[in-house]
Design a protein around this ligand. Structure first.
Ligand SMILES: C[S@@+](CC[C@H](N)C(=O)[O-])C[C@H]1O[C@@H](n2cnc3c(N)ncnc32)[C@H](O)[C@@H]1O
Length: 182
C-alpha cells in the first residue's frame, strides 16, 4: 500500500477536534502519521505486527488486535475518540461499538470498497464490500450528521468502486460541522 494519504482523509481530517484519534486496521500507518502530524495522539490498531512496527512513531500508540477472531469484543470504551479513521477495511459486526466510541463532536472518516468492485478485481467478496448507501445507513442509524458522502468509481491509485463518508456525532445543542474550504 502506498504511503500517500487518501485525498478523502486529507480533506476531512482537519474537521477532527482536539483529542485522541483511532486509525482502525491502520496497515503501515500512512493515516496514523498524517493524523499525528495534525497534532493528535493516535491509537493505531491492526492484527499484523510487521505493519504495526512500520506504523509506530511519535504520538502513535500501536495495538495488535485481531478484530475478527472468534469471540472478539470491541476493545475501546464509549465516547473515547475525537476521530475514527478507517480506510480499506470492513468488518460489520464491530460497527455499532466502533461508532459508540466516538466522542461528542467526534468525526468519523470512512472509505472502503463498495458493491461493484468485482469488475476491477479484489476485494470481490460481498463481506468486504459496502452496499449502496450503507455508510449513510450507519450515520442515520447511529445519529451521526453527514458532512460528505460519495459512492462511485475512482481511477487512482487504481480503478475501484469506493464509498466514503465523513460524519460528525452531534453534541447538542452545539453542533459543529465546519466544512473544509474548496
Ligand atoms: C488493505 S489494508 C488497509 C491499511 C490502511 N487502512 C490503509 O488504507 O493504508 C487492510 C488492513 O487491515 C488489517 N486487517 C485485516 N484483518 C484484520 C483483523 N481481523 N484485525 C485487525 N486488522 C486486520 C490488515 O492487516 C491490513 O493492514
Amino acid at each position: 500500500m502506498s504511503d500517500v494519504v487518501s485525498p478523502w482523509v486529507q480533506r476531512y481530517a482537519p474537521l477532527i477536534p482536539g483529542g485522541e484519534v483511532l486509525d482502525l486496521a491502520c496497515g503501515s500507518g500512512r493515516h496514523a502519521r498524517h493524523l499525528a502530524s495534525l497534532g493528535h495522539a493516535v491509537v493505531a490498531v491492526d492484527r499484523d505486527p510487521e505493519a504495526l512496527a512500520a506504523a509506530a512513531g511519535p504520538e502513535i500508540t500501536t495495538t495488535a488486535i485481531d478484530l475478527e477472531e472468534a469471540g472478539a469484543v470491541w476493545p475501546f470504551g464509549p465516547e473515547r475518540f475525537a476521530g475514527i479513521v478507517v480506510t480499506n477495511y470492513l468488518h460489520r459486526p464491530l460497527t455499532a461499538d466502533m461508532l459508540a466510541s466516538l466522542a461528542p463532536n467526534g468525526v468519523l472518516i470512512y472509505e472502503t470498497f463498495a458493491d461493484g468492485n468485482a469488475q476491477f478485481g479484489k476485494p470481490s467478496n460481498p463481506a468486504f464490500l459496502l452496499q449502496a448507501g450503507e455508510l449513510l445507513d450507519w450515520a442515520r442509524n447511529h445519529g451521526l450528521r453527514v458532512v460528505a458522502f460519495e459512492d462511485g468509481v475512482i481511477d487512482t491509485p487504481k480503478a475501484a468502486m469506493v464509498q466514503r463518508l465523513c460524519a460528525v456525532k452531534p453534541d447538542f445543542p452545539r453542533v459543529a460541522a465546519l466544512l473544509p474550504p474548496f
